[in-house]
Design a binder for this molecule. Sequence first.
Ligand code: ADP
Ligand code: MG
Ligand code: ZN
Length: 476
Amino acid sequence: MEFEVVIGLEVHVQLNTKSKMFCSCPTSFAERQNKNTCPVCLGLPGALPVINKEAVKKAMMFGWAVDATINKKSIFNRKNYFYPDLPKGYQISQFDIPIVENGVLYVDKEDGSKREIGITRAHLEEDAGKNIHEGEISKVDLNRAGTPLLEIVSEPDIRSSEEAVEYLKKLHSIVRYLDISDANMQEGSFRCDANVSIRPKGDEKLYTRVEIKNLNSFRFIQKAIEYEIERHIEAWEDGIYDSEVVQETRLFDTQRGVTKSMRGKEESADYRYFPDPDLPPLIIPDEFFEETKNIPELPDEKEERFIKEYGIKPYEAALIASSKETAKFFEEMMEEGIGAKNAVSWLTVELAARLNELGVDITKSPIDSKTLAKLVKRIEDKTISNKAAKEVLDYLVKNGGDVDEAIEKLGLKQITDTSAIEAIIDEVLAANADKVEQYRSGKDKLFGFFVGQVMKASKGKADPKVVNELLRKRLA
Ligand code: ADP
Ligand code: MG
Ligand code: ZN
């Protein structure tokens, strides 16, 4: 039997506001546990929450970015459960009327086309604190308690583990472009839960899903989903699907590459959601509603513009546009008036390889956009050869400094002066009179030999194009 994979993702994005969701405590790093707390986020009785306007604005910006409906009236609910890092005994979240609903996100397919994934909703909520386990003792740190989160829930539209990763990468890129989150996966400001099920191909019904929690790297997400799909299919084929695949929450064991049951899946009724009596409905004033529509250019638009404006290939445009910083670097290079094709290859191939070796991303590049553009310029104006430029780049990555000075220092300036090259050619031909004779009597293959000798005599600095032209003339 052929199966279809069904995946829906829930992503928690930590919003990068200065203060918490319902109090004025800072969200910044604190040097001491429980320092960034107050009666509200400590859950002291009688303390009253106040909605963070900036968090609301950021949630709405996300809504606009995915063409969603923004609810001018939304409701905050209490989601009741017990855990030591949740001092109030409930989390303030949104339930039946979230601020953002019915959006769409486009994932890039390998063949350059795009596929639509529905976004069911995006709602505002507060983060919990952290439990710290030290041997026999567990401690609670509430610095993170009350930090604003945007939970973004997709429709079960995703059809493979690769597509799940593509969805997450696009989502990651969008929130970075909007500057609503640092979206740092290692630090937990972009966390994903994956809901996975299978069904016989052609069947429209949704089968039992499992939820895999707290996946914190693209690679683990893909692996966890693949393991889970395999487990479902095997259970089906072994005739034990109904007993083996149950609605539950599972954890991914990164060491062994397997998922393990953590707990039975709670239903929403278990949480006894009800509107928070301390918070009136959130009503967005018209003026504020309009103001939040002002969002920056997003990766899909940027990609399209790059293709049109610079004539680069779709996959190159997608690659560059996927990171806000890389896109900025590229556009700064283009402002220096160099060719787009050269800019793309020196940025995405040559510089990228060197950054990769250093283990840093573009934000930590030892070379800025102006310098890389100048290097490209020196190839374009024939000061140096393409090959020499790689040496100059290595030098600059290591030592920094100016392109022209580096070329001077490394002695890589290309000889384009025809009289200088002619002089070298004369020398080479004189020293190889016998070969010249053979060439003239029909041994065409020797041409390459002469080019090689001239390049060698010039220590690789002669412009090979000029060498070719002049040699042909001389030997004719
Ligand atoms: P909960 O909070 O109970 O996990 P949510 O509504 O927040 O519920 O999230 C449900 C997620 O699971 C959504 O992303 C949805 O697309 C996905 N989902 C629902 N049913 C299935 C299914 N049968 N297979 C895979 N994913 C599913
Ligand atoms: Mg969930
Ligand atoms: Zn507080």
